[in-house]
Design a protein around this ligand. Structure first.
Ligand code: ADP
Length: 470
């Protein structure tokens, strides 16, 4: 069924984002026959997403608060352009329940879950309480309402050090601190509260057992508005720097089939518990080493759910052969999921590397400037199937300091992990880029590191091999 004749007809979509994800959404929307409308700030007036959309509307000055985060301006742009729906991408307004309410009030389809589902997962403490009641395993810890210092210290003692203090309202790796012993507890609590208040205007904390060498394994889920839900397997995003992902891959190496199914089913249960609709990701910590023994029950623990399309969704697209943006548009139009669980298959192995405009030799300071060259020369037509460059910039574009410094994502697919790794090394070397400093060499060192090749993965990989990588 076409989107124009679906229960909630879609003919034109406004993309309330910028950079690579705006370009990514435009690509699929156009293929499905939708008119695409971009929005931009003054810093992006000539940006690639503006050039690629059918039309573009200015939101305001460069500051995100006055442009990409300005709910009233985005809604006004959608109304002016005659859009039926808004795709929020990731970041910006993508997990903002107030924005969803504004879309509803304006009669616009928000391409994402209901506001109530976003709100249910927006607060880490509330989300954990909800997941516990749905029978989803949690990291041992405290996520109660009482927040006085003495009680938190007592709870930390009960959990056992080391513990992780986390801002309940936190995100993006902010407002988190590892506490090694009771002696450090008070100072860490004060610091974490301060950071959380400054970043999120909220100082509630939760405490978790700090797993010393976990893997970050997340499950891609999809639900439609008719009540069906499926998982599109998992991604391993253990290679992180300061709790931010650098490399992602699918499937998770060495994950036994039974555990894959168990995690997938738990993730769907988590989504259905909150009345989820659309694309979502349920993040788990996997106890490294425990995944093969399973001596102590489930070795995976719910961490949080991201209620949007993720940066790393392309690795899932590569191994499943599905277009997740197409799925999002179909579900938003009120159609059923394109496939049932039994029809989904996992083929080969995919890896994504995030290419940032930043200087690894200078504490990863964001880099700016004019991109003089930016291309990925491909040797054969066949390479198109195996190598994908999702980018928001082209040669000649200027990289500013206003937004996230991610320039592009390089995604490769191989018959197995070894082949995918070889493809990635080849693609990183072939990338023709100059004018702006990037983390390319850092990525090259990572993907050729013997322990990464051996899939010895855990979230402290970069920290652990610091001397090899710099
Ligand atoms: P955010 O919302 O800020 O991204 P998350 O709760 O998703 O925070 O955690 C981000 C990262 O921090 C995880 O991917 C993992 O590497 C690490 N982490 C989170 N919780 C724990 C824990 N209990 N033990 C060890 N590492 C953790």
């Amino acid at each position: 069924m076409s989107l124009a004749t679906a229960p909630r007809p879609l003919r034109a979509v406004l993309i309330a984002n910028r950079g690579e994800i705006a370009c990514r959404v435009i690509r699929t929307a156009r293929r499905l026959g939708l008119r695409t409308i971009a929005v931009y700030s003054d810093a992006d007036a000539r940006a690639r997403h503006v050039r690629e959309a059918d039309e573009a509307i200015r939101l305001g000055p460069a500051a995100a608060g006055e442009s990409y985060l300005a709910i009233d301006k985005v809604i006004a742009a959608a109304q002016r352009s005659g859009a039926d729906a808004i795709h929020p991408g990731y970041g910006f307004l993508s997990e903002n329940a107030e924005f969803v309410a504004a879309c509803d009030a304006a009669g616009l389809v928000f391409i994402g879950p209901p506001g109530s589902a976003i709100a249910a997962m927006g607060d880490k403490a509330a989300a954990k309480a909800r997941m516990a009641s749905a029978g989803v395993p949690l990291v041992p810890g405290y996520h109660g309402e009482a927040q006085d210092d003495a009680l938190l210290r007592e709870e930390a003692g009960k959990i056992g050090y080391p513990v992780l203090l986390k801002a309940s309202a936190g995100g993006g790796g902010k407002g988190m601190r590892v506490v090694e012993s009771e002696r450090e507890f008070q100072a860490a609590l004060d610091g974490c509260r301060r950071e959380s208040r400054a970043s999120f205007g909220d100082e509630r904390m939760l405490i978790e057992k700090y797993l010393t060498q976990p893997r970050h394994v997340e499950v891609q889920v999809f639900c439609d508005s008719l009540g069906a839900g499926v998982y599109l397997f998992e991604r391993d995003c253990s290679v992180q720097r300061r709790h931010q992902k650098v490399l992602e891959e699918a499937p998770a190496p060495h994950l036994p089939e039974a555990l894959r199914r168990e995690m997938g089913e738990a993730a769907v249960r988590a989504a259905q518990e909150i009345g989820y609709v659309g694309a979502g990701t349920v993040e788990f910590l996997l106890d490294a080493g425990a995944e093969t023994t399973q001596e102590h029950g489930s070795p995976f623990y719910f961490m949080e759910m991201n209620t949007r399309l993720q940066v790393e969704h392309p690795v899932t697209e590569m191994i499943s052969g599905e277009d997740l943006v197409e799925w999002q548009l179909r579900v938003a139009a009120g159609l059923a999921l394109p496939k049932a669980q039994s029809e989904l298959t996992l083929t080969g192995h995919a890896i994504e590397a995030r290419l940032y405009a930043e200087d690894p030799d200078n504490d990863f300071l964001p880099a700016t400037g004019k991109l003089l060259r930016f291309a990925l020369p491909l040797e054969s037509a066949d390479s198109h199937e195996r190598i994908r460059l999702d980018s928001g910039v082209e040669a000649g574009d200027t990289v500013t300091m206003h937004y996230d410094p991610m320039l592009a994502k390089l995604i490769v697919h191989g018959e197995d992990r070894g082949q995918a790794l070889a493809e990635m090394a080849r693609a990183l070397a072939a990338l023709d880029i100059s004018g702006v400093t990037t983390n390319r060499r850092f990525l090259q060192r990572l993907v050729t590191h013997p322990d990464f090749i051996a899939a010895e993965l855990n979230t402290r990989f970069i920290e652990h091999y610091h001397d090899d990588l710099f």
